[in-house]
Design a protein around this ligand. Structure first.
Ligand SMILES: CCCCCCCCCCCCCC(=O)CC(=O)SCCNC(=O)CCNC(=O)[C@H](O)C(C)(C)COP(=O)(O)OP(=O)(O)OC[C@H]1O[C@@H](n2cnc3c(N)ncnc32)[C@H](O)[C@@H]1OP(=O)(O)O
Ligand SMILES: NC(=O)C1=CN([C@@H]2O[C@H](COP(=O)(O)OP(=O)(O)OC[C@H]3O[C@@H](n4cnc5c(N)ncnc54)[C@H](O)[C@@H]3O)[C@@H](O)[C@H]2O)C=CC1
Length: 309
């Protein structure tokens, strides 16, 4: 009996037990990543509000979520396609949309930000949300390249602020990097780990260092691929085929850049260049800059390094 009581007390005093499970999630940014995160959170039974700057964008996000769910349902209900539609509708019911972030965060346990990769814009957003959200609400950023501590500095909840870095396409990619910034409390970190697992993802723990784990390794590789091509040492097609057939990657670097978005890639590399201007690896790429200036942002605009249907 004493053993059972001790076990019970220990389980109650664990930070997981002290922190109520995350049920209501607000995702800010309904682009590539935000829509994917909303889909996965809704599919795992969370109540989700997806926020963006206009109703038109949110309509596009909802369309994207529905077509991704159709792909999931087609596989899951291959034997009984008639059950697929009910599956999709049940998940879609868990998602609502809004253009008013400050009002919807009032009832939320977790805010996941997936807006443009710009420090000032992210700080302004979180600064405003900090005043509107309840005490217990945890804030997380999906940033690819910015320090979580810098984003969190616009708020007074450094202990309830961490990083949740998802991978594109979110419904398919199993990894989430959970980032513990210097101010992040252990309780918040544990909640973010738990939430990632509740989404059916595999979380890894990361310190708040540039690029976390994946991008610290992936970005230099992508940069070298662009430089190799710019030097005229290989066509983009050959580089892509080489990395797929020779290194076993599912996509070549140029296909992946188009998939990620050339605007986002440019934000990342410009930010790192600004911080480390003498590092030749981060020097601006004329080719990338030209494509972005022409509005060729990759798959999302129909053209980037390649043309997309
Ligand atoms: C000098 C200056 C240069 C600047 C460089 C700067 C570089 C900066 C880059 C930094 C990037 C930072 C981004 C980031 O922070 C982190 C990332 O996310 S990195 C990207 C990680 N993602 C990948 O690496 C993706 C790799 N690709 C794949 O894994 C596959 O290709 C993919 C799963 C996307 C598609 O699979 P594929 O077999 O190729 O195609 P299919 O279309 O047949 O799909 C297979 C299977 O999967 C289902 N599916 C695919 N997408 C979805 C979806 N969105 N929703 C639902 N289901 C999906 C599809 O239906 C198929 O199912 P089947 O049953 O097998 O038919
Ligand atoms: N594209 C990728 O493969 C990955 C991107 N990320 C990160 O995720 C974040 C979002 O990237 P994407 O989804 O690719 O960008 P995206 O450009 O597809 O979507 C961004 C969305 O945010 C909205 N937005 C901008 N400012 C806003 C504001 N103040 N309030 C509400 N909505 C706002 C935009 O209207 C847009 O719909 C970035 O920080 C990026 O670095 C992380 C992992 C992978």
């Amino acid at each position: 009996m004493a053993f059972v009581t001790r076990q019970f007390i220990r389980s109650l005093s664990s930070s997981a037990a002290l922190h109520a499970a995350i049920k209501h999630v607000t995702i800010i940014g309904g682009g590539l990543m935000g829509a994917g995160i909303a889909q996965v959170a809704a599919s795992t039974g969370h109540s989700v509000v997806l926020v963006d700057t206009s109703e038109d964008i949110l309509k596009k996000s909802a369309k994207g979520i529905e077509s991704s769910l159709k792909r999931v349902a087609k596989k899951k209900f291959a034997e009984k396609p008639e059950d697929g539609e009910a599956f999709i509708q049940k998940i879609l019911k868990n998602i609502s949309t809004s253009t008013d972030a400050a009002s919807v965060v009032q009832g939320t346990d977790l805010v996941v930000e997936a807006i443009v990769e710009n420090l000032k814009v992210k700080q302004d957003l979180f600064g405003a949300l900090d005043k509107a959200a309840p005490e217990h609400t945890i804030f997380a950023s999906n940033t690819s390249s910015l320090p979580i501590a810098d984003i969190a500095s616009s708020t007074a909840r450094l202990d309830r602020f961490g990083g949740l870095h998802f991978f594109n396409p979110v419904p398919m990619m199993k990894l989430v990097e959970v980032i513990k910034a210097p101010g992040t409390s252990q309780q918040t970190f544990d909640s973010l780990l738990e939430f990632s697992k509740a989404l059916g993802k595999h979380p890894v723990s990361c310190k708040d260092t540039p690029g976390f784990i994946v991008n610290r390794l992936l970005v230099p590789y992508m940069l070298e691929a662009v430089r190799l091509h710019e030097r005229g040492h290989g066509s983009k097609e050959d580089i892509d085929v080489a990395m797929k057939l020779g290194a076993g990657y599912p996509m070549g670097p140029f296909e992946l850049l188009d998939y990620v978005g050339l605007d986002t890639s440019k934000f990342i590399i410009d930010g790192w260049h600004e911080k480390d201007p003498d590092n030749p690896l981060f020097a601006p790429s004329p080719l990338l800059n030209k494509l972005v200036a022409e509005g060729k942002l990759g798959k999302k605009t129909g053209e980037g390094f390649y043309k997309h249907k």
